[in-house]
Design a protein around this ligand. Structure first.
Ligand code: C2E
Ligand code: CA
Ligand code: CA
Length: 367
């Protein structure tokens, strides 16, 4: 316990004990402290802006010892998402439960990966004009040994923080390559399947070589897999991204920009990166029916097409949304209106029913 305490007050980590009567008063004092420290002036007159990240534990009893109080403040601080901004978080029971749950997941993840508990669900994509099955997206699920299916929002954000996402994404890519090879071997006519790649993967300099190695090893033609990278990844590091896209294009792997329209400078991204398909985020699709939103959507599609980029709309749930998107020239549709993410066996049945014309391998990408 003692060692832990000293770890918590080491280097640039400090403990404050502040008196307060109400939470409001406490927050005022914290705010003052931040203002003061955020404009720290050195002897030479230089102004430093410090980003403070604070965990707050409200002492409300006399039974707590200093170590466990500091421990709880430390745990609260770990819940702050945007490290680098000044922010604070209070410790409460929910925080503790969440962290315990995350610790449990972390203790299981390696074993789960080794034992094949991570599986792919496939969500179909359809062409808007002929309403033909032209592709799918592989979405990870954790099928626990008790057969409970855990959705990605319960573990992907944690894996992005602890770095495990790189391993999981590589595994998913390998899984999809193997699955597609198997389907080809069985005489099915697979459609191209896109696999999500977390923006964290871009910081690994070997990533592209590894993905290309996986593809080559599987023997699958490159036209059967694509990669989806979220828009924020493009924004964070355009030059790395361009290198990655160029290398992927060289071997014939197409790149989709996921969640388009959710970042600050979506349009700039179109200017700077050579993507094949733009995935219009569900938040736009949800606003169909509103005149201004509809104008924005049709102009995004117009702009994308003028740059030879095709557009897939995601999260399409209703006939009205589908018809609007068809009428403004959106190329492809993904959403519950046409089909939910489904296990491999169900998707294989769909493939059997809706045979893809293999001559059109670039169906949902620019030619
Ligand atoms: P995403 O890549 O934007 O995936 C689309 C999400 O929207 C999927 O949720 C899908 O099930 C859901 N969706 C599709 N159509 C509809 C619809 O019509 N209505 C509604 N309400 N939702 C729809 P899912 O499978 O829960 O995945 C959530 C997110 O988790 C994904 O968002 C992606 O960011 C992440 N994710 C999933 N699989 C992977 C993976 O293998 N690697 C990485 N890095 N992230 C993944
Ligand atoms: Ca995606
Ligand atoms: Ca998306």
């Amino acid at each position: 316990m003692k060692a832990k305490y000293w770890r918590m007050v080491f280097a640039d980590t400090f403990i404050f004990l502040l008196r307060f009567d109400t939470r409001d008063e406490l927050l005022w004092r914290i705010n003052d402290l931040c203002l003061y420290l955020n404009h720290y002036i050195t002897k030479s007159g230089q102004v430093y802006k410090l980003s403070l990240s604070m965990g707050i534990y409200e002492v409300d009893g006399e039974t707590d010892d200093i170590v466990s109080m500091a421990d709880r403040a430390y745990i609260a601080r770990q819940t702050i998402k945007n490290k680098g901004d000044t922010a604070w978080a209070f410790y409460d029971g929910a925080v503790r439960d969440k962290l315990l749950h995350e610790k449990e997941i972390e203790s299981q993840m390696e074993r789960a990966l080794a034992e094949g508990e991570f599986i792919a669900y496939y969500q179909p994509k359809y062409s808007t004009k002929e309403q033909r099955l032209i592709g799918a997206e592989a979405l990870v699920r954790w099928r626990r040994s008790d057969d409970v299916i855990v959705p990605p929002y319960q573990f992907v954000p944690l894996f992005e923080r602890n770095g495990f996402i790189n391993k999981l994404d590589r595994y998913m890519f390998e899984l999809v390559c193997r699955q597609q090879t198997l389907w080809l071997g069985e005489g099915l006519a697979p459609v191209p399947i896109s696999v999500n790649m977390s923006r964290m993967c871009l910081y690994d300099p070997h990533i592209v070589d590894e993905y290309i190695g996986i593809l080559e090893e599987s023997g699958l033609p490159a036209a059967y897999v694509k990669l989806e990278l979220t828009e924020s990844a493009f924004f964070e590091n355009t030059s790395i991204m361009n290198g990655v896209i160029e290398a992927l294009h060289k071997v014939g792997i197409k790149v989709l920009m996921d969640d388009f329209g959710t970042g600050y400078s979506s349009m700039m991204m179109l200017k700077n990166v050579d993507i094949d398909v733009l995935k219009l985020d569900k938040s736009f699709v949800d606003d169909i029916g509103d005149e201004r939103s509809e104008k924005i959507i049709s102009n995004i599609i117009y702009l994308a097409h003028s740059l030879q980029i095709e557009v897939t709309a995601e999260g399409v749930e209703t006939k009205a949304q589908f018809e609007f998107l068809r009428d403004v020239g959106c190329d492809y549709i993904q959403g519950y209106y046409f089909g939910k993410p489904q296990p491999a066996e169900a998707f294989a049945d769909l493939l059997q029913k809706e045979t893809w014309n293999g001559s059109d391998a670039d169906a949902d990408t620019k030619s």
